[in-house]
Design a binder for this molecule. Structure first.
Ligand code: KIV
Length: 278
């Protein structure tokens, strides 16, 4: 049925059937409604919230409270898509117990259907703990923006033999720990294909070529919300920046020249009533 909620079972089925999984980000109610109405399978409330909506230079300042606030807004706008909430920087590193508590907040307090966290073998124990509590976990390998300072910038990952082997091992460790899917960000396309063929769970690519089980993009990037730089792997499906600018500047000039509001935008009053006021 068209409006049934997308679940982890759909993810497994889609991979088995070769049906591509679609995922986009949203951080607020109106965007979530649009993405859901477009029939996208999963909505990621990414910690890209920090860059895209909160105006930070990275994802690192994003807090659990920020995530809970924005996930709640998204959940209110969604009927069908699976809502996946990113676990922000340091919310799952201190201890397994804290990782579970924070994942629990995103589910219980905010209403997400799954959480996503970055890393492989080093977070596998936390993934196990969270999934054992019944919380679906999506992994995230390759370019992991929360480690941008350790990685020395936003660059393609897994290019040499050791890094490629590590990525494969990380993907296997996540599957073994109970993850239901894994995002592969900025990974060479042939390596993403190999990972996809080597694990049973779906891969969701971003800058990882066409052979992943599905694709994700940041909605503001693919709709051209910002008229500036977008990463190489982003295809622009709209130019919102231009449309919004046209609207904003049209409003400004019509207010300045007096053509807005017109008579059709106002309300009248009985002439007799008006006369008595003078
Ligand atoms: O935070 C985010 O938007 C993400 C995607 C880029 C996968 O993690």
């Amino acid at each position: 049925m068209a409006n049934e909620r997308v679940t982890t079972a759909n993810f497994r089925k889609y991979k088995a059937e070769g049906k591509k999984i679609t995922m986009l980000t949203a951080y607020d109610y109106p965007t979530a409604r649009l993405v859901d109405d477009a029939g996208i399978d999963a909505i990621l409330v990414g910690d890209s919230l920090g860059n895209v909506v909160l105006g930070y230079g990275s994802t690192i300042p994003v807090t659990m409270d920020d995530m809970v606030h924005h996930v709640k807004a998204v959940v209110r706008g969604v009927q069908r898509a699976m809502v996946v909430a990113d676990m922000p920087f340091l919310s799952y590193h201190i201890s397994k117990k804290e990782a579970l508590r924070n994942a629990g907040r995103l589910m219980q307090e905010a209403g997400a259907q799954a959480v996503k966290l970055e890393g492989g073998i080093e977070v596998a124990e936390s993934v196990k703990k969270i999934t054992e509590a019944g919380i679906p976990v999506m992994g995230h390998l390759g370019l992991t923006p929360q480690s941008v300072h350790q990685m020395g910038g936003y660059r393609v990952q897994g290019k040499d033999e050791a890094a490629a082997k590590k990525l494969l091992e990380d993907a296997r460790a996540l599957e073994e720990a109970g993850a239901f899917a894994v995002v592969l960000e900025c990974v060479p396309a042939p390596l993403a294909k190999l990972v996809t063929e080597s694990i049973g769970i779906p891969t969701i690519g971003i800058g990882a070529g066409p052979d992943c089980s599905g694709q994700v993009l940041v909605t503001h990037d693919m709709l051209g919300f910002y008229g500036q730089f977008a990463p190489k792997f982003v295809k622009r499906y709209a130019n919102l920046h231009e449309s919004i600018m046209q609207g904003l500047q049209g409003y400004r000039s019509e207010v300045e020249n007096g053509s807005f509001p017109g008579p059709e935008h106002g309300f009248g009053i009985d002439e007799e009533v008006l006369k008595k006021l003078y």
